[in-house]
Design a protein around this ligand. Sequence first.
Ligand SMILES: Cc1ncc(COP(=O)(O)O)c(C=O)c1O
Length: 395
Amino acid sequence: MNQIHQLKAHFAEQVYPDQLGKYSRRKLAEIAEQHGTPTVIIDQDVIAAQYHSLCQALPKVKMRYAIKALPQVDVIRHLHQMGCGFDLATAGEIELLKSLQIGAEHTIHTHPIKKDAEIRHAIAYGCRYFVVDNSHEVDKFKAYKDQVELIIRVNFRNQDAVVDLSRKFGCELTKVPALVEQAQQAGIRIAGLSFHVGSQVPAPYAHIEAIEQCIDVFKTMPEVNWKILDIGGGFPIEYTGPGPVIEDFCAPINDALQAVDQHIEILAEPGRFIAGPSAIQLLSVVGIAQRGARTWYYLDDGVYGVLSGQMFDHAKYPITPLQTYDLTKGLKPSVLAGPTCDSIDVIDDDIVLPELEIGDIFVATQVGAYTLASATEFNLYPKAKTLWLNGQDLT
Ligand SMILES: Cc1ncc(COP(=O)(O)O)c(C=O)c1O
């Protein structure tokens, strides 16, 4: 293969011509023109489609959306309207639900570590179910024993998860009996077990193993009135490589759930799967410099902004120029950088691109989860504008 062919193949791999899916380039260009950039478009239809496909793939499971993934009012309101409950973890997330007049009925407080004031605030909101994973935390609930029920979070390490969530939280299975006994002696009700096998997991084996081990605990402690099994999140989406089909991913999880006693309610806390594919971002080229062999394109948002998930969430987002280019005119090794003064703010330092101009638009896709939520205003760059797409046709 000669060099230009290699570059073209590389370019085709990196810059997906059809990754814009249902969005037409013309309509996106109009939005960029009308609203400026950086702008994030969050699509109500995609939120609905993701929520419904997960509900269908896990028919026995009640969804509690993990607000932290994308705490955006329209997203929360829409999920609530569709019957979804919420996994909340902070006073801020509770205030967000309150601002939308969403009651606590279908919520669980999933943060294993809380200040007393946070517990009181959540109880005042009406939240009843709280996650704990250690004896200090169980102690905190003595004062509220008649108003709460506890869910013990168990730790299942998963080397395959892109984000391992069991390093920081969750107790070992062997600690469950002692926590149960401590709670019962204090007159605090135990409602169930929860786990989170890590975010963006490639295969469902960790879920299955965790479900089986929780079922064993239920069986070996029949004196407890087990009411809840919470299987957490972790349901994967596609980024720059192919992701599993959700029905296939969930099928063996469903099989494992068949063995859960009928009267135990099964919950899940999906964040990424619902929010991730719902958003795309439009960014503009604001500067160009030739540095050594590479052309640097500076965009108006980067890893301190919406693409912060590249740092915190270990995600790599598909990103492509909006315009189509005549590839025969040549491709060059390039770097895509964010706007801030920090040299870590590089989106991709190994991309080949056609020659671009200042003002050209890029589109990053799959940027709904752990992106806007962790965006900073470093350098006092304001956060990207968000647009809520509720039915408008962008095809
Ligand atoms: C307690 C808890 N539940 C649910 C989630 C959502 O996980 P995911 O986005 O993998 O679905 C997280 C993510 O950090 C979490 O910490």
